[in-house]
Design a protein around this ligand. Structure first.
Ligand SMILES: Cc1cc2nc3c(=O)[nH]c(=O)nc-3n(C[C@H](O)[C@H](O)[C@H](O)COP(=O)(O)O)c2cc1C
Length: 174
């Protein structure tokens, strides 16, 4: 078994909870399904999400001050599909699910009460295909316990944007 395959097995075994990250800039709203996310400091509290360069959400988040991180429950499979298998480059996801403007206008999904809003304090671009957005929480809510929607439940989804769009050598596009 190659180290690369073992690496992938470790990630799958961890079976992370899935979130939808949303953001906005003026009238433009964006959001995508995210598996790369974590608390990244205790005091002060920090939360980091990693966004793929090829995503519409990344382009909006680059200039936005805030992001909202919605923790999906095991009843949110349809929402995972909307935000993970569809791109804002061709579809307005926010016309398909109810939302309310939050801090700095960031769209809060009405269907997802377990969420935090973070103000971006720094961005870490290490040259990989995802870029880290480090935030400090300005709001958080979790009305009771919930069962997270995990990676294993959505691993079959075909992402709206594939990362290899960004890394394919010029001229290799089919
Ligand atoms: C299981 C799964 C996990 C994903 N994890 C991430 C992630 O951590 N970060 C990210 O930027 N995109 C992730 N994506 C991809 C985006 O959710 C997907 O490409 C989306 O359609 C992009 O929408 P946008 O172009 O409107 O931003 C994931 C997709 C799936 C199916």
């Amino acid at each position: 078994v190659s180290a690369r395959d073992s690496f992938d097995d470790l990630g799958a075994a961890a079976d992370p909870a899935m979130v939808v990250v949303t953001t906005s800039l003026g009238d433009e709203r964006s959001g995508c399904l995210v598996g790369f996310h974590a608390q990244s400091s205790i005091e002060p509290r920090r939360y980091t999400v990693w966004l793929s360069r090829v995503n519409h959400t990344y382009r909006v988040a680059l200039l936005a001050s805030h992001v909202a991180v919605h923790f999906l429950t095991d009843a949110d499979r349809a929402l995972a599909e909307l935000f993970g298998a569809v791109t804002g480059d061709s579809v307005d996801k926010f016309a398909r699910t109810p939302w309310t403007p939050g801090p700095a206008g960031v769209p809060l999904l009405d269907a997802c009460p377990h969420r935090l809003v973070g103000r971006r304090i720094t961005l870490v671009d290490d040259g990989g295909d995802h870029v880290a957005f480090v935030t400090e929480p300005v709001e958080a809510a979790s009305p009771g316990p919930f069962r997270p929607l995990r990676l294993a439940a959505v691993a079959g989804l075909h992402a709206g944007h594939e990362v290899d769009e960004a890394t394919a050598p010029i001229g290799s596009a089919s």
